[in-house]
Design a protein around this ligand. Structure first.
Ligand code: 3H9
Length: 695
């Protein structure tokens, strides 16, 4: 039978078997869609009695080809593909293995029957891309599993396993993967081609349920999904499909969809370091952590969660035992443990892989060691000097520093090529981001090891250059300074600034975040730079952190002290404190009141402008890495795509013009002067993607 390069077609005992071949995930690009339609036509021409569609390689199609969304549409349409399977004159079945997602699952639903492998997963994750299932999923899934379950799947975007898919009625049979094709063939040979579409039962109109759903559906995509399921209730399939088609086209053009799709690719690009092959990194069989404080414990938990044996070293046996007990307690406090997802037996098996010691000699066999002691260069150098002697020469030595230079730390070891930064974010076992740092002398092998570590720990991993603050904290600095400067304005308080940032979508306002991290951290950095003392700082440069210094000097260190920019009468619950308003009022300078829009402009443009400087200085591999850092590590809203994507969406010319105006108003604020790269891109009206031509 006919064979296209993307879809191979074979006739087996009268049943046509189509196999999709479009690595890596069999995405339904134009060639696959054309191959599928041609496959059905050939099966009809060959008088097949049934048809089975399967994915070659590791998976049934994982969806539409996302790279095509930004290009002109090529035929055939998804609707034509789905119709070919649904309207075929013989029974059609999908043989689902791997991850049948988005358009892939929709293709399976357009078939008359579905056989699913035991280990496979199905889902409609389009909402994460700012879209909705636009190939019939919003109409066919409610008809298969009911409106409630369909909405749940489409609004969360979470895939489900075979057991649940079968229980819901999303698939007809579940079999071991080896028997999948046979099971699908059996379905098309023993059952009829036509199955009437079930009428969608209106189960989600219960007022409270509906209100809860609508509250969750704040963004355009979830709202459109709700409207599509509304349209599915009680209507003919064709009418619902028409609504879905219109809603999908409208969503495609939203900034949210562009932002989320930008992040999809950004989160995959960031793991790639030109010239460095993380896949070729030396295997990790055993790892070590030095320092059993909050960070060290969290990092050790990351290792344990990835199944890696870890040895944690602290100053003495008591401290080491306390770290082990702390790790055990943290697991027991986790919701996974409380809800029974982490069982006593699994926890015991995890903890069996944890060893503690009071001497770095215990790290002799480690392939990689992360130092996570307090931020003091001499202390860190002393640790590295000891590790240099204790560890095998091939071991990678990593520092979790967030403020110190990797190069300066590497001075302490004979072979600085094996020293790299691995900056985890707190709580390390929860936060997705890993910011690796390449020092001037870090070797490719250590970079590869750090990037491979990120993958192993299932972190979103970015590589930064070795300069103060790396990527994330470097950009945080002017953002924070501007938030502090805003407090000088009449009627602007901590809560106004945080509310504006939260309304924009930040997970936390700057002041609440600072309370969480500890206000003393920034204070210590400013002190080390001679900034907290008016006598030693440059009088020609605006200093807006005086209010933050006063806060720390008043003992308001943040959540850990029960008070900071907010009061914490209950742990982690901030409430405004008149004492802070009184403190802030001492720093007012007569500047006029400003509203939420100005607050956002100033804080975000300070952030973005520093991003351009990070790129100019070669501290990041690409602009999208900055977006990944800020969305995964600092709570920047994903639907805005990260600060650089936000700037591009707003218009680089606009960003430059606003910064120029702000800088003219406050010439003593260097971080507001538009970065050279921003100016060059704006002058040329060039997209951010062309940034390398302008540095
Ligand atoms: C949709 O279906 C819309 C329809 O409803 C309606 C249309 C009208 N397209 O993640 P990985 C690439 S929307 C293009 O590292 P894993 C990815 O960029 C779609 N490329 O692997 C990467 O490339 P590279 C709904 C895609 O094993 C490579 O494949 N579907 C696509 O960790 C490997 O990816 C989704 O949203 C794609 N659809 O995870 C599913 N998918 O090597 C999106 C992947 O150059 N995909 N690539 O960096 C995933 O969730 C994961 O990729 C998957 C595999 C779980 C499948």
């Amino acid at each position: 039978m006919a064979t296209s390069s993307a879809v191979k077609c074979a006739l087996k005992n009268g049943v046509a078997v189509l196999q999709i071949s479009s690595p890596p995930v069999n995405a339904l690009g134009a060639a696959v869609r054309a191959g599928l339609v041609a496959g059905v036509e050939h099966a009809i021409g060959a008088s097949a009695t049934g048809l089975v569609v399967a994915g070659g390689g590791s998976t049934f199609p994982a969806g539409a080809d996302i790279t095509e969304f930004s290009k002109p549409h090529l035929p055939p349409s998804f609707a034509e593909v789905m119709a070919a399977f649904e309207d075929a004159p013989f029974p059609t079945a999908a043989a689902i293995h791997g991850t049948a997602l988005g358009g892939g699952f929709e293709l399976a639903m357009a078939c008359h029957y579905r056989a699913m492998g035991e280990r496979a997963r199905v889902g409609l994750p389009e909402v994460h891309l700012g879209l909705l299932p636009g190939a019939g999923g919003t109409q066919r899934l409610p008809r298969l599993v009911g409106a409630d379950a369909a909405l749940e799947m489409m609004l969360t975007g979470a895939p489900i396993g075979a057991e649940r898919a079968l229980a819901l009625g999303a698939v007809d049979v579940v079999v071991p993967e080896a028997g999948l094709e046979a099971a699908a063939v059996e379905l098309v040979t023993t059952r009829a081609a036509r199955r009437a579409h079930a009428v969608v039962v209106d189960g989600f109109r219960d007022a409270a349920k509906r209100a809860a759903l609508e509250a969750r559906a704040a963004l355009p995509a979830p709202r459109a999904i709700l409207r599509c399921v509304d349209a599915a209730v009680g209507s003919e399939l064709a009418a619902g499909l028409e609504v879905e088609g219109r809603e999908f086209q409208a969503l495609k053009a939203t900034p949210e969809a562009r932002a989320l799709q930008h992040l999809f690719f950004a989160e995959r690009a960031c793991a790639k370091v030109p010239g460095v092959d993380a896949k070729g990194a030396a295997p990790l069989d055993a790892v070590g952590v030095v320092g059993g404080g909050t960070m060290g414990r969290g990092i050790a938990m990351c290792f344990l969660d990835a199944g890696l044996p870890v040895t944690l070293v602290d100053v003495d046996d008591t401290a080491a035992a306390a770290a082990a007990a702390g790790i055990d307690a943290t697991y027991r406090r986790s919701s996974a443990f409380k809800k029974g997802r982490l069982t006593e037996a699994v926890l015991a098996a995890k903890l069996e892989k944890l060893a503690v010691a009071s001497d770095v000699a215990a790290l002799a066999d480690a392939d990689l060691v992360v130092e996570a002691i307090y931020e003091d260069l001499d202390a860190k150098r002393a640790v590295f000097a000891r590790l240099d002697g204790a560890c095998k020469p091939t071991a990678v030595l990593a520092s979790n520093t967030s403020t110190l230079s990797i190069d300066a730390i590497a001075d302490a070891v004979a072979d600085p090529t094996r020293v790299v930064g691995t900056h985890f974010f707190s709580p390390a076992n929860v936060m997705k981001l890993l910011e690796n740092v390449r020092g001037a002398r870090t070797g490719d092998g250590a970079v590869a090891a750090a990037m491979a570590l990120g993958k192993r720990l299932r972190k979103t991993t970015v590589l930064a250059g070795d300069a103060f603050g790396f990527i994330g904290n470097r950009m945080l600095e002017p953002y924070g300074r501007e938030c502090l400067a805003l407090l000088r304005h009449r009627d602007v308080g901590v809560s106004n600034v945080d509310a504006a940032l939260r309304d924009f979508g930040m997970a936390m306002g700057f002041f609440a975040m600072s309370d969480l991290a500890g206000n003393d951290i920034g204070y210590a950095v400013r002190t080390s730079l001679g900034l907290t003392d008016a006598a030693t700082r440059d009088p020609a440069v605006e200093y807006s952190a005086d209010v933050a210094d006063a806060l720390v000097e008043a003992g308001r260190l943040g959540q850990k002290a029960g008070k900071g920019w907010y009061l914490y009468e209950q742990p982690r619950v901030p409430s405004p404190d008149p004492a802070v308003d009184a403190l802030v009022s001492q720093f007012k300078d007569g500047s006029p009141s400003v509203g939420a829009e100005d607050i956002l402009d100033r804080a975000l443009l300070a952030l973005v402008n520093e991003g351009f400087r990070v790129l100019e200085e070669g501290l990041a591999l690409r602009p999208s890495d900055l977006d990944v850092v800020w969305t995964s590590g600092y709570g920047f809203p994903r639907h805005k795509g990260g600060p650089m994507q936000w700037a591009e969406e707003r218009g680089l010319r606009e960003c430059r013009a606003t910064l120029e105006r702000l800088a003219a108003e406050r010439p003593d604020v260097p971080y507001l002067r538009p970065a050279k790269l921003l100016v060059a891109l704006a002058d040329a009206d060039a997209p951010l993607a062309d940034w390398e031509k302008y540095v």
